[in-house]
Write a protein that binds this ligand. Structure first.
Ligand SMILES: Nc1nc2c(ncn2[C@@H]2O[C@H](COP(=O)(O)OP(=O)(O)OP(=O)(O)O)[C@@H](O)[C@H]2O)c(=O)[nH]1
Ligand SMILES: [Zn+2]
Length: 224
């Protein structure tokens, strides 16, 4: 039930100013008309063409399997989070202990891909929430992060999608997210800076309050 709601609503949320903020990944209406096998078949064909165009000998034994491998990896792994049915099921529990402080799950490792260059974004996500009566299985926090990471992404959208999904799943406004990531489009090409990282944040509910924000940042040790 909750999951159905998540699937249908999660990409469109009412923002702070009650303006509809569209943070949906831009997908066409017919995005899921083809099944995974059909997508793999088509991507494989096109990827083989790309490799051929680069001048690679596609009869070479080591290269032959690459188009299929890449196609499968795109559909089943790297971009599996495009498919709403891959949204993780949420396990919620009663907050039996009446724990009322923030819960922080820090250093959640994620692997995503930049939608501008299709090269990796690798980083850590730190999330926090304050229970409104329900608590969530800790692994589900990781699964939500990974679901949205498994899409072609920009970091700003990834951050908001994770935050909105947590708010929806937990039925609370009190959610914070910080994403700290290395973009290979910045480090391995282009400007080729290997030492910078990109930090984005999402603070809703009580986390807009300076003291709560500070407490969260202290707990994830982003400060000092
Ligand atoms: N805001 C934002 N920008 C990103 C993200 N990932 C990559 N970019 C940037 O998107 C831009 C892509 O736009 P272009 O300037 O057209 O691309 P480009 O010519 O390859 O740019 P260079 O990287 O400067 O060579 C680059 O500046 C990237 O650094 C992200 O998650 N968020
Ligand atoms: Zn990029």
């Amino acid at each position: 039930m909750l999951n159905t709601q998540l699937k249908s609503d999660i990409d469109q949320q009412i923002g702070d100013d009650h303006v509809l903020t569209n943070i949906a990944t831009p997908l066409r209406a017919d995005a899921f008309e083809l099944d995974d096998d059909a997508k793999i078949e088509i991507i494989q064909k096109h990827f083989k063409e790309i490799m051929h165009t680069l001048g690679l000998d596609m009869t070479d034994e080591s290269l032959q399997g690459t188009p299929k491998r890449v196609a499968k990896m795109y559909v089943k792994e790297l971009f599996s989070g495009l498919k709403p049915e891959n949204m993780p099921a949420m396990t919620l529990f009663e907050n039996e202990y009446k724990y009322s402080e923030m819960l922080v799950e820090r250093d959640i490792t994620f692997y995503s891909n930049c939608e501008h260059h299709f090269v990796p974004i690798v980083g850590k996500v730190h999330v926090a929430y304050i229970s409104s009566g329900k608590v969530i299985g800790l692994s589900k926090l990781h699964r939500i992060v990974n679901f949205y990471a498994r899409r072609p992404q920009v970091q700003e959208r990834l951050t908001i999608q994770i935050g909105n999904a947590l708010k929806e799943a937990l039925g609370t406004e009190n959610v914070a997210v910080v994403v700290d990531a290395d973009h290979f489009c910045v480090s391995s090409r282009g400007i080729a800076d290997q030492s910078s990282s990109t930090v984005t944040s999402y603070f809703e509910g009580v986390f807009k309050n300076a003291a709560k924000k500070e407490e969260f940042l202290q707990l994830v040790k982003l400060k000092d």
